[in-house]
Design a protein. Structure first.
Length: 116
């Protein structure tokens, strides 16, 4: 058994409205927390990704369809799919990445700030 410190939600340079905590990685999964405030994030992974909304409202567009995901709901993005996550106001999520042969790499990443 191991206990991982949560640490604060912090932003990365150039992504002032996107915050995250250091994720916890096992041999098969990566689990973490992130948030968007009047911002959008687009990316693609070669693993399945699940985002469970803890607060706010998250608009997720994948394969030409948009879902509005609210607290207590989750959205699952298939591996290889391009997904856009948009929080018009604010959303805080728990993410789970499934098994990956590429080290859970991200491609086609794009950050965008929305009018607040």
């Amino acid at each position: 058994m191991r206990v991982e410190p949560a640490g604060p939600l912090t932003s990365r340079p150039g992504r002032s409205r996107m915050h995250g905590r250091r994720p916890v990685a096992t041999e098969q999964l990566v689990i973490g927390e992130w948030s968007l405030t009047a911002a959008a994030w687009t990316d693609r992974h070669q693993h399945e990704e699940t985002n469970w909304v803890l607060e706010g409202e998250l608009h997720v567009t994948c394969d030409g369809r948009t879902a509005i995901v609210r607290p207590g709901e989750a959205v699952v993005i298939p591996r290889g799919a391009l997904a856009r996550y948009e929080a018009p106001r604010h959303a805080r999520m728990l993410f789970v990445y499934g098994p990956s042969a590429d080290g859970h790499a991200t491609t086609d990443a794009r950050y965008e700030e929305l009018p607040s």
